[in-house]
Design a protein around this ligand. Structure first.
Ligand SMILES: Cc1cc2nc3c(=O)[nH]c(=O)nc-3n(C[C@H](O)[C@H](O)[C@H](O)COP(=O)(O)OP(=O)(O)OC[C@H]3O[C@@H](n4cnc5c(N)ncnc54)[C@H](O)[C@@H]3O)c2cc1C
Length: 499
């Protein structure tokens, strides 16, 4: 169908597209590229609430914001990454901007559109999507045959801040990295960063130079990996004049191979891997540093994301005395800072709550199927990308242990294959459904906490769809299996009910 086709509703126009993509982050822009390349006949639109593409990389503006994945695998498979592997948000935005420019994707993206409702009609085999224009306040309405959900997994407006006693008594400034004030002046100030995930580990060295002192306060330690922000093989191939497309592919394969080996080792020999990780930290901080208290987690490596510290900058900051780490719990806020359970008071002019995200499921959009409100927690996921009883919809939910975009590319291929299959057979809808052999399958939470258990997932698990105990009914977080399984998904499987 033609995207210029409009038809009048009582008071407003409704635009129709074959596919509607929600979100212009790395997944949505990738989705737009895949549709253009693999389904050139399809009309589509990308709706984005913000005023710019980039998603995560546009939302987060705190000092030092960077990836903790390498960009050979966090970048798309189709566009070579030509710089140092760990990239700043600005470098990622520039890269995405080039993808948009080179493929003329800009004309498909509409900014300032906050999608609030999506309702499916089986009579029409159509989604009706309602969005509020954040610039004009107008309501915009669309219909689409297929919804391609690229809205990520957390609320972009604001981050997650736990409520501590006494926060109102604190006389300093509290900021969350997700809503970092542009004019925040931390020069010469004592700053306390609560948290020790990737965000805290990035922020602490980035501000340490200007602050009087920065303290990283953590309840419990995190694993880190460190190394040079460079890939020797990429540098060598470049010196040999090898073309960037080849370098990208070769370096991706090398990184993926090494990550696979590493991930397997965390299951097979977790203690050995743990000692290796701790040994690298000890080498940076010296034999007298209390690694046991501050850098030795109680869980096995990879149960939570392991942040990469390029050029050991966090450890260099600590070793120089400009930054320090405290492992304790907050009892309450006091006028000058926070009082810890140990009784100690940490004074600070600024407290940064690097305490994570607020998970949201499918963009806080109200969904309905044939007039009935849809609760995603009542559905079962098909491979972490579709849901039982929800027709013509795919969600991109990437990997935690590998780069998100690896899965965004795989899902993009799947969406295009599915759309072509439906066209070839004259199908108008496909609804995932449990097969007779799945009826007695135990239904479990979205992810096994023994496998992966970051705070935002644990806090939001009750909102997420269920998983089964078979590979096709779960998001197994395993790129190395899915890279072969996805292209081989049988589109005539009984789990796909066509109409
Ligand atoms: C600080 C930070 C660093 C990270 N670093 C890495 C990393 O190094 N490697 C890695 O693999 N992963 C990383 N992640 C995870 C990261 O979120 C994903 O890798 C990836 O960027 C997600 O891309 P996305 O396009 O799927 O979603 P997002 O980046 O979340 O983008 C979703 C877009 O959808 C829009 N949207 C949402 N709801 C609506 C709605 N209702 N209407 C309209 N628009 C909507 C949002 O405004 C946003 O622009 C990081 C996350 C954070 C927060």
């Amino acid at each position: 169908m033609n995207d210029t086709v409009t038809f009048a509703k009582a008071d407003q126009k409704t635009e129709h597209f074959d596919v509607l993509i929600v979100g212009a982050g790395i997944s949505g822009v990738g989705g737009a590229y895949h549709l253009t390349q693999q389904c050139p006949g399809k009309t589509f639109v990308v709706l984005e609430v913000q005023d710019h593409f980039g998603g995560t990389w546009w939302t987060h503006k705190y000092p030092g914001i960077r990836s903790d994945s390498d960009l050979h695998t966090f970048g798309y498979r189709f566009k070579p990454w030509t710089s140092a592997p760990i990239a700043t948000a600005q470098e990622i935005l520039t890269y995405m901007g080039e993808v948009i420019e080179e493929n003329d994707l800009g004309r498909h993206i509409r900014y300032h559109h906050k999608i609030t409702n999506a309702s499916w009609s089986s009579a029409d085999n159509l989604w009706t999507i309602t969005a509020t224009r954040t610039d004009t306040g107008e309501t915009a309405r669309f219909t689409a045959n297929f919804l391609y959900m690229c809205q990520g997994y957390y609320r972009h407006e604001k981050g997650y801040t736990p409520q501590w006693d006494g926060m109102a008594d604190y006389k300093g400034t509290i900021v969350h990295p997700q809503t970092w004030p542009e004019d925040l002046d931390y020069t010469g100030k004592n700053v306390l960063v609560i948290g020790s995930g990737a965000t805290a580990a990035t922020l602490v060295p980035a501000i340490a130079g200007k602050c009087a002192h920065v303290t990283m306060l953590q309840r419990s330690p995190t694993y880190f990996r460190t190394g040079r922000n460079a890939i020797a093989l990429a540098e060598e191939l470049r010196t040999l004049g090898i073309q960037e497309e080849w370098i990208h592919e070769i370096v991706r394969r090398k990184i993926l191979y090494e990550q696979d080996v590493f991930t397997r080792r965390t299951f097979v020999e977790p203690e050995v891997v743990k000692q290796e990780l701790l040994g690298a930290v000890r080498a940076e901080l010296g034999p007298d540093f209390d690694i046991d208290t501050h850098f030795t987690p109680s869980y096995r490596p990879w149960r939570q994301r392991i942040a990469f510290i390029p050029d050991a900058d966090l450890f260099k900051g600590i070793a120089s005395g400009k930054a320090s780490v405290v492992t304790d719990e907050i009892e309450r806020f006091v006028e000058k800072g926070v009082q810890l359970k140990s009784g100690k008071v940490l004074e600070a002019d600024i407290v940064v709550t690097a305490t994570g995200f607020d998970l949201n499921v499918l963009g806080d959009i109200e969904f309905a199927i044939d007039g009935e409100p849809l609760r995603f927690s009542d559905t079962v996921t098909y491979r972490g990308m579709m849901f039982t009883g929800v027709p013509n919809m795919v969600w991109v939910f990437g990997y935690f242990r590998a780069s998100w975009t690896l899965r965004a590319d795989l899902v993009g291929d799947f969406v295009c294959r599915l759309l072509k299959h439906m066209d070839e057979h004259g199908y108008h809808r496909m609804t995932p459904a449990l097969r007779p052999e799945d009826k007695d399958m135990p239904l479990l939470p979205w992810i096994d906490p023994e496998n992966f258990n970051p705070g935002y997932i644990m806090r939001g698990m009750h909102l997420l769809p269920k998983r089964g105990n078979k590979p096709e009914w779960q998001h197994n977080q395993d790129y190395w299996a899915e890279k072969d399984e996805f292209p081989a998904i049988d589109l005539d499987d009984g789990a796909f009910v066509y109409g």
